[in-house]
Design a binder for this molecule. Sequence first.
Ligand SMILES: Nc1ncnc2c1ncn2[C@@H]1O[C@H](COP(=O)(O)OP(=O)(O)OP(=O)(O)O)[C@@H](O)[C@H]1O
Length: 315
Amino acid sequence: MASTAASAAASLTAGTPTVSSDIPTGGTTTGGTAVRVRGFTRSFGDVTVLRDLDLDIAPGEFVALLGRSGSGKTTLLRTLAGLDAAPAEQVSTPGARAVVFQEPRLLPWKRVWRNVTLGLKGGRGRAQAAAALEEVGLGHRVDAWPATLSGGEAQRAALARALVREPQLLLLDEPFAALDALTRLRMHQLVLSLWRAHQPAVLLVTHDVDEAIALADRILVLADGRLAVEERVTLARPREVGPEFQALRRRLLGHLGVEQPAPRDSAPLTFIPPAPPAAGIRRTWNRPAPVNGHGVPHNGANGAQTNGAQVAGGL
Ligand SMILES: Nc1ncnc2c1ncn2[C@@H]1O[C@H](COP(=O)(O)OP(=O)(O)OP(=O)(O)O)[C@@H](O)[C@H]1O
């Protein structure tokens, strides 16, 4: 990333972007780390949201942050964005940062390209915005008004606004949550291609476990004020929903406290017709006996087909 990028994160207060260069925003990282957090605690009144938290993100690394509602994900993201104050010795980030929120936060009275360059000092203005808009597939909407954009287009304009800042750290706070499923998938592809092209470190806050697995190199779960879980995602991109994906999903959902149905046998339930029922005996559903390598069903030591291990109650 070029060092000429705007160093201030775009901060949004009541929908109005401002530049947050006048508040203490932590230290600046150099060399091999994009984000370095050590022993950071954040409280609101009596409530401690982040507690003695440590975090490292490498340059160009894509990290997803999961956690229950209210666990402090946005609080951490705002701190890294420089929107909330933090001691420099505890929080270090690159100077060039950009944030994309769940809502695109475009100013309706400014054309799209002016929204994209908002707060940028110097630069090539319209040409710079047009290039970024082209990259996100909005080259034809440079002069449009925000109100004429679809939800997905508006969010792409927000990505373009992040892009022109040439961030070394891109912070994404549930940026796809308000989009329909198809648009969200397209946005995933777009974010991955922008990430590959520009190689910022990324922190993506999301509630969507599948999204985290599809995009990230590493997934963190925030709980009780700390990063309680770390999972590295070693699946090759693009990531198919195969057994490894599903196993990771199950683990992450477990960490998030989501009740998991017990893993089932891959064999479907089949109805085994009973012998003519004697009085008082009910029909049962049963799984087919596991088949050994020779195609022979084996049940227990003697390998006899049994009809006695009921999986579900009678009909
Ligand atoms: N400015 C604030 N003043 C008081 N409390 C706050 C403030 N900002 C956040 N909190 C509280 O801190 C806790 C963490 O909030 P935060 O928004 O970081 O959680 P989150 O994990 O992002 O939640 P969600 O997933 O629901 O968006 C919440 O209990 C919230 O009410």
